[in-house]
Design a protein around this ligand. Structure first.
Ligand SMILES: [Zn+2]
Length: 260
């Protein structure tokens, strides 16, 4: 299938409920406003995270149920066309906040992602970076599975990861080995990103603790940045549909316009 036959549509492929919001909610809101169809895929049920003091959560299974509701709230806020939950069990955090990947057969996971790309017929996939942002093993696992799904089953699809490294990126959440090819100030769409962030009630305490904040909305990053993994773009900045969409919305190419 040629890229021209694919839909003006984007699929965000995340490991956990909330990755879509942190990494791309502003960009997805912008694209939605311009008539691009939006699809979400979440691999795990998020039961390994924190309950954040939300009442009524007494077990990992309770947390999984609540986090599914939170993700459905985000799907409404972003007006997405579909939400796919693969339902892998998210392993509970170990001592000292040690994080884990999830139990999945690599072939099956790549095939499941490829099936959703096939069903949604998207031209662009967004997802995790090669460093799992801050090294989260489940994010790295999803980066590899997504790349493999595209290389093996849908090589005409563009694959960009979020949280791409900006020249002035000091935040611990950047993918150190994925320099930003395109970056967007999402301020015009920040109300939608706020709404998505507010859906993830169980995660608010964590977001605020990490950044020592008193309002979860202040945890929102106003610059969303992306690195193209497929087709690989060594050297020259990519010139494709996704970058064109973002440039039209006011994005810049960090490699060309370094910010001091
Ligand atoms: Zn995550």
């Amino acid at each position: 299938m040629s890229a021209n036959a694919r839909q003006l549509a984007v699929l965000f492929v995340g490991a956990h409920p909330d990755d879509e919001t942190i990494m791309a909610a502003g960009t997805l809101a912008m694209l939605r406003q311009h008539g691009v169809r939006i699809h979400l895929l979440c691999a795990t049920d998020g039961r390994g995270g924190e309950s954040g003091g939300v009442p009524g959560i007494n077990s990992p299974a309770d947390l999984a149920r609540v986090r599914e509701c939170e993700l459905r709230c985000v799907a409404d806020a972003l007006e997405v066309d579909s939400l796919t939950l693969l339902g892998y069990e998210d392993p509970v955090m170990g001592p000292n906040e040690k994080l884990f990947g999830f139990a999945a057969d690599d072939d099956r996971l790549a095939r499941q992602i490829a099936d959703v790309i096939d069903e949604t017929n998207v031209a662009v996939v967004l997802g995790h970076g090669s460093d799992g942002e801050y090294g989260h093993p489940a994010h790295v696992q999803m980066h590899r599975a997504t790349l493999r799904a595209i290389q093996e089953h849908a090589p005409d699809v563009l694959f960009y990861s979020g949280a791409a490294l900006l020249p002035d990126g000091e935040d611990r959440l950047w993918n150190r080995h994925d320099p930003a090819h395109v970056a967007l100030d999402i301020t015009p769409w920040i109300e939608t990103k706020h709404a998505a962030m507010l859906c993830h009630r169980t995660q608010h305490a964590l977001f605020m603790r990490r950044r020592k904040l008193s309002d979860v909305r202040d945890a929102i990053r106003v610059t969303e940045s992306f690195h193209r993994h497929w087709p690989a773009a060594p050297g020259s900045p990519p010139d494709d549909l996704f970058t064109a969409w973002l440039l039209d919305a006011g994005a810049w190419r960090p490699a060309e316009t370094p910010r001091s």
